[in-house]
Ligand binder design. Structure first.
Ligand SMILES: CCCCCCC/C=C/C(=O)SCCNC(=O)CCNC(=O)[C@H](O)C(C)(C)COP(=O)(O)OP(=O)(O)OC[C@H]1O[C@@H](n2cnc3c(N)ncnc32)[C@H](O)[C@@H]1OP(=O)(O)O
Length: 312
């Protein structure tokens, strides 16, 4: 297969897959939970919104605020070791993009907790012009030992493909093929549609939840990566889309969410308007988020709910 690797990138799959990540232990508190909710736009259009105020304020005190399920996706930011320490995995970090996100939630998140993260590489694929690496992080409540959630991050490394040793492109995954799949958007009218205007400062607020990659804040770094200005974090767009799903398909109840999948199709610039279309199909919600100003889909996926919403 054709090699499109810049000299700075080389991948040795066997070596990379044999790497053992060390566990990470960290704590979060009510302030982290509220800051995250603001970062994904909660109450951004209406500070009195009773379906959203609960994520940032509770009349009986901050310990009673509710936690958005996508807050669990921020646990990966706390991992002690980044992909750059993995032997056999050499790539240009400025060309890295978030490709997909899968999140399973096993328990509702408390408003504060001590967490232990266990990390493995769940997949590695050669796409010729790019390499794809899937990193799986399972997060446990350190005190009870109970698993709270599992994140599988698909990282798209532009220019790092072409490392296969045979004519068959290298592809490894340690999970069932039917667990993560790009969705087919129905032809029918969506059950719900929600419009959210992101702020110019959205990425600058969101980064405080732990992803300090300058791609989202530094104009020069963004330019060198091929963008006209800093782009929004994929997980911020995902948080905005899932917030819409909770608002419309879960009657505002965040604990109804069982699992979430999203594929990032195109970058989003802070300040753009996101339109999320939702199709309710039993316990599954298919969604697609478009940028209004460019009329382009930027994210699509599904949310699995714990039960069929009966009151809608
Ligand atoms: C350890 C955890 C670390 C976490 C780090 C988090 C860092 C966060 C960074 C960000 O938030 S970046 C901002 C969010 N992401 C984006 O804006 C990316 C938006 N998407 C795109 O720009 C494009 O989709 C793409 C990723 C550049 C791919 O486009 P391209 O045109 O190059 O792909 P194709 O030619 O269509 O497909 C090639 C091949 O790759 C597969 N594929 C395509 N898109 C994705 C994707 N989003 N995720 C996973 N895989 C993707 C596609 O299926 C093709 O494979 P085959 O079908 O040929 O096998």
């Amino acid at each position: 297969m054709a090699t499109s690797r810049p000299p700075s990138s080389s991948i040795d799959p066997e070596l990379a897959l044999s790497f053992n990540f060390s566990d990470t232990v960290f704590s979060y508190n009510e302030r982290d939970v509220a800051l995250y909710a603001l970062g994904v736009g909660a109450c951004g259009g209406d500070a009195l919104d009773e379906k959203e105020l609960k994520y940032v304020y509770h009349q009986d005190g901050q310990p009673f605020i509710q936690v958005l399920p996508t807050f669990g996706a921020t646990f990966i930011y706390r991992n002690k070791q980044s992909l750059e320490v993995v032997p056999g995995l050499h790539f240009d970090p400025t060309l890295l993009l978030h490709g997909q996100q899968y999140l399973e939630i096993y328990k509702p998140f408390p408003s504060n907790c001590c967490i232990q993260n266990k990390v493995v590489i769940a997949g590695l694929h050669d796409k010729g012009k790019a390499a794809i690496i899937e990193v799986q992080t399972t997060s446990y409540d350190k005190n009870s030992g109970e698993a709270l959630c599992m994140n599988r991050n698909t990282i798209y490394l532009r220019g790092a493909g072409g490392f296969s040793k045979s004519s068959k492109p290298y592809s490894y995954a340690n999970y069932p093929a039917n667990q993560i799949y790009p969705v087919k958007i129905p032809n029918s009218k969506p059950t719900f549609v929600y419009e959210d205007i992101t702020q110019q400062s959205q990425a600058l607020i969101y980064r405080l939840s732990g992803d300090y990659n300058p791609l989202h804040s530094d104009p020069m770094v963004a330019k060198n990566a091929g963008f006209s200005r800093p782009i929004l974090h994929g997980l911020c767009s995902l948080g905005i889309a899932v917030r819409a799903v909770i608002k419309f398909c879960c009657n505002g109840e965040p604990t109804w969410v069982k699992s979430i999948f999203g594929r990032f199709l195109l970058h989003v610039y802070p300040g753009e308007t996101l339109i999320t279309e939702m199709w309710l199909q039993g316990t599954k919600v298919i969604y697609q988020t478009k940028v209004k100003e460019r009329n382009r889909p930027v994210l699509s996926g599904y949310v699995i709910l714990k039960h069929i919403p009966s009151s809608l």
